[in-house]
Design a protein around this ligand. Sequence first.
Ligand code: CUA
Length: 325
Amino acid sequence: MNLNFRLFPEAASSFAGQIDALYIFLCAVTVFFVVAIFAIVVYFAVRYRRKSADEVPDPVEGNTLLEITWSVIPLIIVMIMFAWGTRVFLVVRRPPANATPVYVVGKQWMWKIQHPNGRSEINELHVPVGQPIRLTMTSEDVIHSFFVPAFRVKMDVVPGRYSSAWFEATQEGSYQLLCAEYCGTSHSKMRGKVIALSQAEYQEWLDEVPASGAPAAGGEALTMADMGAAVFEQFKCGTCHMEKSGALGPSLHGIYNHEIELVDGSMVVADDAYLRESILNSQASLVKGYGPVMPPYAGQIDEQQILLLIEYIKSLSGSDEAHGE
Ligand code: CUA
């Protein structure tokens, strides 16, 4: 058993040190002023106490220098907090362009993880060390929160929308994955592990035939895009989204993360959130030139199937576009 006292959980991601440094700075400033102010209050109470019953104190006039000092110093300190906090925030909120996508669906009470190559896992997330991972997350039911203390990553996982987070593991090992949002009876059991492997071990793991995904005819594992094509087939999406003029629905080729024009003339980027919305509630933002003929699929398709469809649509745009996010 490790009895060493540790102020922080293990730090195993690329930005953990930056977050800890900011946290220590904020705590240090807070502790300094709390201690200083309490000490001064006590000192003044003793030093300036009323010494006799008939003593009348002199009135105290303002002191401009003192007032400027106690305004300017805190101003400088909060500006440092703002600048430093913004810098760290931007690092944490902006995944590097070369980040590997991984999809997470939270559900009472488990974490379902889907890798683009088709491997899926539950309550475990395998990642390579030294490679940024970008998570796209949503929930099948209530609000959960994806929390890996060792990576200093915590992000709400919200039904009805995608949230995202990223991290880069810096050390091999197994790290706790927790749900940090009370989500019902078994909230405390909604936990798993993030397993950080060396690049070689990760590649080996990724290439194993997925335990839960069905292997294709040739024994090759199905990628998310392959499975998405099957969902596309299952819901007969191709009936309208076929590649010829006069089709009832717009072509899906090359649209991923590109601007498209809507009936009202506005432009939107066909990103994950737009595609998800268009599948569930297709009438919400119609593409210019097409009528409101697509039925809403809300209630018929689950979040995982939507993620598969999005990966399929992404694959129709080629890998170049998919990387240029
Ligand atoms: Cu999920 Cu708490």
